[in-house]
Ligand binder design. Structure first.
Ligand code: FAD
Length: 427
């Protein structure tokens, strides 16, 4: 055992991601002797890679906008958000010299477009609050002795503390250190773990023709999930993500981008039965309007192929492949296109059935849905209702939001509150 093992810490925080960095900082700022232990060599690894290394740190909305984005789970966030709102997050980083900007999607980024600036700001705050950070050290086991003291075990050391904050995240992107370690510890302590599933993951399809169109992207499509055989409970669970609007990218394996990723969690909760995913490429048009548009584009092409006209409103390679899949001659003169062809194209653009075979799993999921059941955590303090003096925050909880900065906001707000360990943050 090294020298630190003899020292008793008032508080230990396990996991230096978004939630852990902020929780430890708050704990230190409250005057508690705090140790933050991180498995990876660097703190905040996911922050560094987030948002395409730009870090979409929150969303330009108010607290109720965040709550709504989390669907049924959202109400858990009322209390944490009342102490650290999206505006508070922006103010916090601006105070650290990280200027922010809002993009047209409502996503908030550092003006520098550097996730590193966000991570470094959190580490600066951590240092200022005199927290001890140990990196490259994985916690391997947790236990509690008969006096109620926690024992936090790593490869070479057993640390002891009176209060414990667990912020080890979920199990997506395991290369970042998030290998679902917290679930077993918490299950052993009597917590219910809602089965973890990959969320915000790209979708795999067996549509070979779409694979060949890799690299083509679409703006603002609408995807929805449907099934003939799902139970009422399954239907209810899918309510929130049954329709997702956003951009979509075709890839060599299937579908990526915000719309497919936002809908991906429905595949995990379908109980083994894959829902059918449809795509509407023109959600702003009703079916009849789209037929009119397709007819107009064909007629406008006159003696030229109708593909020429269609290509003014969608990528040419996509239009060509779609006509081929539908068995329609792409070279037919625009003026000679029969009406049933127009209707078939319009129908396919409004309701293209994608042969989705699954998601790319935890390896490529940006978040984990599932985790510690929210009913077992006090949302006013983040303390476990089962293990006193134990606090939980971030993605380890059964909380997952859509793309757009919502997940960091939840991690920051719950981490902030957990850091106070039951003290009133306003006092
Ligand atoms: C590629 C990618 C891009 C993303 N982009 C965005 C984005 O732009 N905006 C957004 O809002 N969300 C984004 N997310 C989601 C966001 O990163 C997470 O929701 C958020 O990081 C969760 O914070 P957390 O602190 O709970 O967990 P994490 O950030 O995952 O941190 C958990 C930490 O605990 C450590 N740990 C795990 N086990 C142990 C152990 N046994 N001992 C010690 N330490 C341990 C891990 O190494 C890790 O550092 C993205 C995720 C990914 C994967």
């Amino acid at each position: 055992m090294d020298g630190l093992s003899a020292a008793k810490w008032e508080t230990i925080v396990v996991g230096a991601g978004a939630a852990g960095l902020i929780a430890a900082e708050r704990s230190g700022a409250c005057g508690r002797k705090t140790l933050l232990i991180e498995k990876s060599k660097k703190p905040g690894v996911k922050i560094l890679m987030s948002g395409g290394t730009r870090c979409n740190l929150t969303h330009h909305t108010d607290c109720s906008g965040i709550v709504r984005a989390f669907g049924k789970q959202g109400s858990f966030l009322h209390a944490p958000l009342s102490h650290l709102s999206p505006q508070d997050v922006v103010d916090l980083f601006e105070k650290e010299g990280v200027k922010t900007k809002v993009e047209s999607t409502g996503k908030v980024f550092p003006r520098s477009n550097r996730a590193l600036d966000v991570r470094d700001a959190l580490v600066r705050r951590l240092n200022a609050s005199e927290v001890t950070l140990k990196t490259g050290e994985a916690v391997t086991d947790l236990s509690r002795d008969q006096h109620g003291e926690f024992r936090v075990q790593t490869a070479n050391t057993i640390y002891r503390c009176g209060k414990l904050i667990i912020t080890v995240g979920g199990q997506s992107y395991p290369g970042c250190g998030t290998t679902g370690d917290g679930y077993a510890w918490l299950r052993d302590w009597g917590h219910t773990i809602v089965p973890p599933i990959p969320a915000l993951a790209p979708l795999t399809t067996s549509d070979q023709w779409l694979h060949q169109l890799k690299g083509i992207s679409f703006q603002n499509v609408e995807l929805w999930a449907d099934s003939d055989v799902e139970t009422e409970t399954q239907k209810a669970k899918r309510e929130r993500l049954i329709r997702c609007r956003g951009d979509m990218l075709l890839t060599h394996f299937g579908l990526s981008g915000p719309a497919p990723m936002n809908i991906s969690r429905v595949l995990g909760i379908s109980g083994g039965h894959l829902p059918i995913i449809y795509c509407d490429f023109f959600p702003e048009h009703r079916q009849a309007e789209l037929e009119q548009l397709v007819r107009h584009l064909a007629q406008q092409s006159g003696k030229r192929s109708w593909l020429t006209g269609l290509s003014t409103h969608m990528p040419q390679r996509f239009a060509e492949s779609l006509l081929k899949v539908l068995g329609l001659d792409a070279q037919r003169r625009g003026s000679e296109v029969p009406n049933p062809w127009v209707v078939r194209v319009a129908e396919s653009l409004k309701r293209l059935r994608m042969k989705v075979t699954g998601t790319r799993g935890f390896a490529k999921a940006e978040v984990t849905a599932g985790g510690v059941a929210l009913g077992e955590v006090r949302s006013k303090t983040m303390e476990s209702k089962i293990v006193p003096e134990l606090f939980l925050a971030g993605e380890i909880l059964d909380l997952d939001g859509p793309i757009g900065g919502f997940n960091f906001q939840a991690a920051f707000s719950t981490g902030w509150l957990a850091g106070y360990q039951g003290q009133n943050p306003r006092s």
